[in-house]
Design a protein around this ligand. Structure first.
Ligand SMILES: Cc1cc2nc3c(=O)[nH]c(=O)nc-3n(C[C@H](O)[C@H](O)[C@H](O)COP(=O)(O)OP(=O)(O)OC[C@H]3O[C@@H](n4cnc5c(N)ncnc54)[C@H](O)[C@@H]3O)c2cc1C
Length: 501
């Protein structure tokens, strides 16, 4: 019998309750747990979502995963994207690249997108979270929430019908596009379908098709694609659908493949996870209400053009994680949490526009080279910046107009410090802390409590120029200054413990 006793309030049990164990929720939970915050994730599903869905991990996302300690596992689980192969009447039309790396792109140790089925990314993040001491419960759905000045009280319902209250200092709704958290707060999701065509996505096994290509069948009814998924015998099917309705079943998926390719329905030996969906472009009116935040698809919904959906959710998490960490552990001012929406709304708006444009263009361009160059230029997410944020202070008297500015992702370039050559910068930045770089100048006294490095040479010093640079835990330059006079104010803004050495 389900327990229908009214739930009794309990004392705050966790610092942050994360609702939803998708890529956004799990990334955030890993970042919070490594900062020592009591972090709990509730996931409505009885298990993590199956399905290859968001399979492309962009350069910037790989950098984040590197910092969170899961890049090696993802590298082992994935592959580079194979070349595209267009088919017509059962005949190969030749290979082409979907993306050409942009030689002008910011330098990254992960210059190309990496192909990993989403379910595998989730497994890897879950394992990391548990190792870091975070907790996760599946089969537990958030059903409502209330909040006060001091905490959030969330009612959760277990799959057996039992209910209880979880009390947390903060709650993050990473519960996907139909977010219960968003609805509970009465926050509207504004946008339109923009006339985008519906699509079927499915994980299928297919006989008689090589796994060295991402196969494309152009069709007036809508292109159909089959992408081999590394570490499995599956392909991810993507097919656009004309008209309003399509009832996705294993049979209709098989029939669709038979109708649009040279393969027979019998060649489709298994149909696993599948979904029919209508892409939307929409954004929540707010990303924060008091102690509750929205992140990932709960905050903005994208069509899957350009493989951005999963990636932008991961970036939301990486932006919010350190801010919650500073407020909970270091008493940073509450205003720090407002910067999450300011910074991420602008980034999400740009990505929404990009995803919509790329979804419309499809992957059967008449000029594949031009399209590949364009995708290479815009999809890596390395150029996302927070220059307009109140958290970005560029107080240098002289800086080159084309150079790196406060708010930019700091370049991951080799550098020499007083300790000697030390590889690329992100090695020094690894971990959840702020870092002060004194480039070709002395470290100021007010730097106690900060991780510090005196950079004396190498491409990094050339790129940044002389000065002091506070690097945020998410690798963005917070403060760039000629001297120490701005340091104290900046550190107070972010709740960092600067002080006399
Ligand atoms: C059918 C489909 C196909 C897609 N294909 C692609 C693609 O090809 N390429 C691409 O880049 N992106 C694709 N995406 C988008 C990508 O998968 C998402 O952008 C990404 O998963 C967003 O991550 P998220 O963590 O924000 O949300 P989700 O991945 O949606 O995770 C939300 C989680 O919250 C849980 N949840 C929901 N409500 C509650 C509740 N009340 N209580 C507790 N838990 C709850 C859900 O069960 C889910 O596990 C696709 C999405 C869909 C739906």
């Amino acid at each position: 019998m389900p327990d229908t006793t009214p739930p009794t309030p309990q004392p705050p049990a966790v610092d942050v309750l994360v609702v939803g164990a998708g890529p956004t929720g799990l990334t955030l939970a890993c970042d919070l747990a490594r900062r020592g915050l009591r972090t709990h994730v509730v996931e409505a599903g009885d298990r993590l979502l199956a399905g290859s869905r968001g399979k492309s991990l962009q350069s910037r996302t790989l950098e984040v995963f590197d910092d969170l300690g899961v890049a090696d596992a993802l590298r082992a689980a994935g592959s580079l994207f194979p070349p595209m192969q267009t088919w017509r009447d059962g005949v190969r039309q030749g290979e082409w690249q979907l993306i050409e790396p942009d030689p002008q792109a910011p330098v990254s140790r992960h210059p190309r997108p990496w192909l990993v089925p989403q379910w595998r990314t989730l497994e890897i993040l879950r394992e990391r979270l548990l190792n870091l001491g975070g907790t996760l419960e599946c089969g537990v759905r958030l059903t409502s929430l209330t909040q006060s000045d001091t905490h959030v009280s969330a009612e959760v319902t277990h799959s057996d019908g039992g209910r209880h209250l979880v009390s947390a200092r903060y709650l993050v709704g990473a519960d996907g596009s139909r977010s219960t958290v968003r609805e509970s707060l009465g926050i509207a999701l504004k946008g339109e379908d923009g006339g985008l065509r519906s699509a079927v996505v499915a994980d299928v096994r297919v006989r008689g098709l090589d796994r060295d290509n991402w196969h494309v069948w152009p069709d007036p009814a809508g292109e159909l694609l089959l992408c081999p998924l590394p570490g499995t015998a599956d392909f991810q099917l993507n097919a656009k659908i004309t008209g309003e309705e399509f009832t996705a079943t294993p049979e209709t998926v098989r029939a669709l493949i038979a109708a649009r390719t040279h393969l027979s329905a019998d060649a489709v030996t298994a149909v696993g996870w599948f979904s029919f969906y209508r892409p939307r472009t929409a954004m929540a009116e707010r990303f924060r209400h008091g102690r509750v935040f929205l992140a990932g698809d709960a905050a903005h919904v994208h069509p899957p053009g350009g493989g951005q959906g999963l990636n932008i959710g991961v970036q939301d998490a990486y932006n919010l994680g350190w801010k919650l960490g500073q407020v909970v552990r270091h008493d940073a001012p509450d205003a720090l949490l407002d910067s999450y929406e300011v910074e991420r709304r602008a980034a999400a708006a740009d990505t929404l526009e990009l995803s919509t444009r790329l979804y419309r263009a499809g992957r059967t361009s008449r000029d594949p080279h031009e399209q590949a160059r364009y995708r290479g230029r815009v999809c890596h997410l390395l150029s996302v910046h927070y220059r307009d944020s109140e958290l970005s202070t560029d107080a240098r008297a002289r800086r080159s107009p084309a150079g790196v500015r406060a708010g930019d992702r700091v370049p991951d370039l080799p550098c020499v410090t007083t300790e000697g050559p030390c590889g690329n910068l992100f090695e020094l930045l690894r971990g959840p802390d702020f870092t002060l770089l004194a480039v070709n100048c002395a470290l100021p006294a007010a730097a106690a409590g900060l991780r510090t490095h005196q950079v004396t040479g190498g491409p990094l010093a050339q790129e940044l120029g002389t000065g002091l640079f506070v690097i945020r835990p998410d690798h963005h330059i917070g403060l760039a200054a000629d001297g120490a006079e701005y340091l104290e104010h900046y550190l107070a803004q972010v709740g960092s413990e600067g002080g006399e050495m």
